[in-house]
Design a protein around this ligand. Structure first.
Ligand code: DAH
Length: 487
């Protein structure tokens, strides 16, 4: 799940499932910047935190906090980040804010209800009850706006180009974000987002509306932008209304202006980037086959959405291998955030882009794990400022292994505990984990589940004995840590 709009679990049920036992067991994947100590302390990026019953950040996850993919100039995610930054020269750019935030930043400051499922320990990596690995870049919205208002030099100094908007009234944040999730080719528990925030003086908006009337703002179609639309096909039938409402603090005219500005800005960014990708795809086709010259067209659509911190809200999706994938959530910022930042006289829009999915599409990367590969055959394929199509360097056969077990009678089972346990044990050798059978015994009412764990290396030959040993460890651990009974 990429966005925080809809979650599958309920917070309360999931919270009861918190299993500290899953952590502190595997040291193999730790890096030098992290030490799990028996004394109930965790070290993350040089700071020490006290653990408690909320702690569920595994050492496999913590080891990712120091990888810093966004600062490796030839990495596809860093290339995409720079391309987006370049599209927004008048925004302040941040790309080194720490992933360790508190629950206020990640949830309360954005108006998340106390029982919002996104807060559940089954979905979020907690360092302790108050501290977590940010689940989205929106965690920085309020603090960056307030820092601009109060001229907080400490935070403003972390900007790459503070002068672009000296009061931080427009900014972008690129960063790693962390979520407990399923395992497959497009989900990884760490991924990257780009947050965009753009605010306007309400007096200016009103003046503009008087001068030009609301219609002129909404009439700013893609044609008016002079965009070359050959690379993207934009579909938008959404409407502001009862189901996607204007906030009581705003007038319909203000919101039409802000929403039109936001959609125009985002359409333009996405079209520019897809145009580069389309040219790269055409070049790759030309060099490998008889020249066709045909560029790729990417369908992009807008749909209505819901987020606690915007109204009205939308999602942008792209068509990727036959599926519509969410790449972005956005909307008109809840006025309470701007009020809390000390700027009730402003109105704004915000977006959160998922970088991996867009990068998979742009660079033709088939598996999200590849972004974490240190194999020179992956990292050596890319250059700063360029989109080129990834050439697969190896395809090792997948090795599926099934495990079936009876669920415990007295405790609830949560699938994300299994996902983390498999990742802790198998690292990036695991390509996917899928529920393939669910059975309830008619007499005993006991339930069993069968999961297929697909092992497949991205970059090396793996012997059967190695996979078997990992699978044995997985089996042992699900019994000792999740309390299930193997079938
Ligand atoms: N933070 C949201 C997520 O990760 C995405 C998002 C939605 C960001 C709407 C925004 C926004 O800034 O306005 O699911």
């Amino acid at each position: 799940m990429l966005l925080l709009s809809v979650r599958k679990t309920t917070g309360l049920a999931a919270r009861l499932l918190l299993r500290p036992a899953v952590i502190h067991r595997t040291a193999a994947l730790s890096t030098s910047c992290i030490r799990h100590k028996d004394s109930g302390k965790i070290e993350v990026l040089g700071s020490t935190y006290t653990t408690d019953k909320w702690t569920n950040a595994t050492s496999a996850i913590l080891s990712k906090t120091g990888r810093d993919l966004l600062h490796q100039p030839s990495h596809p995610l860093a290339i995409l980040k720079e391309m987006i930054f370049a599209e927004f020269p008048t925004f302040v750019h941040y790309d080194s804010l720490s992933p360790v935030v508190n629950t206020y930043q990640n949830f309360d400051s954005l108006g998340f209800a106390k029982d919002h499922p996104g807060r559940a320990a089954s979905d979020t990596y907690y360092i302790n009850a108050d501290t977590l690995l940010r689940t989205h870049t929106s965690a920085h919205q309020l603090e960056l706006l307030a820092a601009g208002k109060q001229s907080n030099k400490g935070i403003l100094a972390q900007a790459r180009n503070a002068q672009a908007a000296p009061a931080n009234e427009r900014f972008l944040v690129a960063a790693d974000v962390y979520r407990r999730d399923e395992i497959d080719a497009s989900h990884y528990p760490v991924f990257h987002q780009m947050e965009g925030v753009c605010t306007f003086s309400r007096a200016e908006v009103r003046e503009h509306l008087c001068r030009e009337a609301a219609a002129s703002a909404t009439a700013a179609t893609t044609d008016a932008l002079n965009l070359d639309m050959s690379a993207a096909q934009l579909l938008d039938t959404t409407q502001i209304g009862d189901t996607n409402p204007v906030q009581p603090e705003h007038t319909a005219g203000e919101v039409e202006f802000v929403a039109a500005h936001m959609k125009r800005t985002m359409n333009s960014m996405v079209v520019h980037i897809l145009t580069k990708a389309s040219a790269a795809a055409a070049a790759a086709t030309d060099s490998t086959q008889v020249s066709s010259g045909a560029a790729t067209q990417f369908p992009v659509r807008w749909i209505d959405a819901f987020f606690p911190f915007t109204s009205p809200s939308w999602e942008m999706e792209v068509l990727f291998r036959g599926d519509w994938l969410e790449i972005c959530g956005c909307g008109v910022m809840k006025q309470a955030i701007l009020d809390d930042a000390g700027m009730p006289d402003r109105i704004g829009w915000a977006f959160g882009f998922g970088l991996e999915r867009l990068a998979m599409l742009l660079f033709g990367v088939p598996d999200i794990r590849l972004f974490w590969s240190t194999d020179p055959r992956f990292v050596g394929q890319f250059s700063p400022g360029q989109i080129n199509t990834f050439r697969p360097f190896s395809r090792h056969p997948p090795c599926p292994k099934d495990v079936s077990f009876w669920l415990p009678a007295d405790t609830e089972f949560h699938e994300n505990d299994l996902m983390d346990l498999v990742r802790e044990t198998a690292g990036d050798l695991v390509e996917g984990v899928k529920l393939i059978d669910l059975f309830t015994h008619p007499k005993t009412s006991k339930t069993s589940r069968c999961y297929r764990i697909n092992y497949c290396s991205m970059d090396r030959n793996v012997k059967h004995e190695e996979i078997n040993a990992i699978q044995d460890k997985v089996r042992d651990r699900i019994v000792s840590q999740l309390g299930v009974t193997l079938r």
